[in-house]
Design a protein around this ligand. Structure first.
Ligand code: GLV
Ligand code: MG
Length: 320
């Protein structure tokens, strides 16, 4: 299993790098991932100070089991190379991934991979340990998403950036995450989400949904999160502490589904074994299970295990 699939990323908390108070507060929140932002949540004049704050916050520690990510600026700006060099030279050992926004093609991912390798060699870090998270935020990025997903073995996630994406395609709405008024025949984001999910799954990567900006509307957040969770997405950005629990809950399997998945795995292992009769399919109660059931169960069990869930039932092989 790749490192990306074992990391839990149900809630990915955005924290502006320019604000030391928010950086400190984020350490205590129960988000699976934090990303310390040098891009759009950090004003241009604050970028140099933001880099310093982020290096200090990572090196101070206190992040627990969280996946620690820094979002740098995109390659069309003048800031990217300095973001990467300062952050990785200063705190590379205390960092899990670099998030690259507004990715347009595979070459942009390769460029980041190359720069990371040079820094790792220079400062004596393990080469290839720092992962890449690629944000898809415009039409050209989506059109090239397969090549982007395949561009580097460092890549762990493909992320949907709805705000920039809506601007990029001229969608007639300013309310990020909600349906554009006038579109009444389905979910206007379905194609984009599915496109990202297919590319991510083709290369063993996680698929992450982007932000919901009405931060006080936890019900709205949950409603939108449930859609991408139902499709198979692994998690969603959270912009406010109030969204963290909702994300963790929405992207975890229910206890019932988790228990059932573990049961299927145990039962299938038993029935396909010599002791269980080397069967290709078997019954659990009224349900027939086979190899495809095992594959589905692995996904649900994997998400539950990554989220630290514990099973409440066990499989007992039949007598005789
Ligand atoms: C996030 O970066 C977005 O643009 O939605
Ligand atoms: Mg964006």
């Amino acid at each position: 299993m790749s490192k990306a699939t074992v990391r839990s990323r149900r809630s990915c908390l955005a924290v502006p790098g320019s604000n030391p108070r928010f950086l400190e507060k984020a350490k205590g929140l129960p988000a699976d991932q934090v990303f310390l932002d040098l891009e759009d949540a950090c004003a241009p004049l604050m970028k140099p100070q933001g880099r310093k704050n982020i290096v200090a916050a990572l090196n101070e520690g206190g992040w627990g089991e969280k996946v620690r990510v820094v979002r740098v600026n995109d390659w069309t700006t003048e800031w990217t190379y300095r973001d990467v060099i300062e952050v990785v030279e200063g705190a590379g050992a205390n960092l899990d991934c670099i998030m690259l926004p507004k990715v347009q093609d595979a070459a942009q991912v390769v460029a980041l991979d190359t720069l990371l390798t040079q820094i790792e060699k220079t400062v004596g870090l393990e080469v290839g340990r720092i992962g890449i998270e690629a944000q898809i935020e415009n039409a050209v990025g989506l059109v090239n998403v397969d090549a982007i997903a395949a561009a580097s073995p460092r890549t762990e996630t493909i992320i949907f950036g709805p705000a920039d994406f809506m601007a990029s395609i001229n969608m007639k709405s300013l309310v990020v995450g909600e349906q554009p008024p006038g579109y009444d025949v389905g979910d206007a984001y379905h194609y984009i989400l599915m496109r990202i999910l297919m590319a991510a799954r083709s290369y063993g990567l996680q698929a992450i949904d982007g932000p919901y900006l009405q931060i006080r509307d936890v019900e709205g957040f949950t409603r939108v999160a449930k859609r991408s969770a139902a499709l198979g997405f692994d998690g969603k950005w959270v912009l406010h502490p109030g969204q963290v629990d909702a994300a963790n809950e929405t992207y975890s399997p229910s206890q019932e589904d988790y228990d059932h998945a573990e049961l299927i795995l145990d039962a299938y292992a038993f029935y396909t074994s010599e002791a269980g009769g080397m069967k290709g399919s078997a019954m659990i109660g009224d349900e027939m299970i086979d190899e495809a059931s095992r594959k589905m169960a692995i996904v649900v069990a994997g998400k539950g295990r990554a989220a630290g869930m514990e099973r409440t039932t066990s499989f007992t092989p039949p007598e005789g």
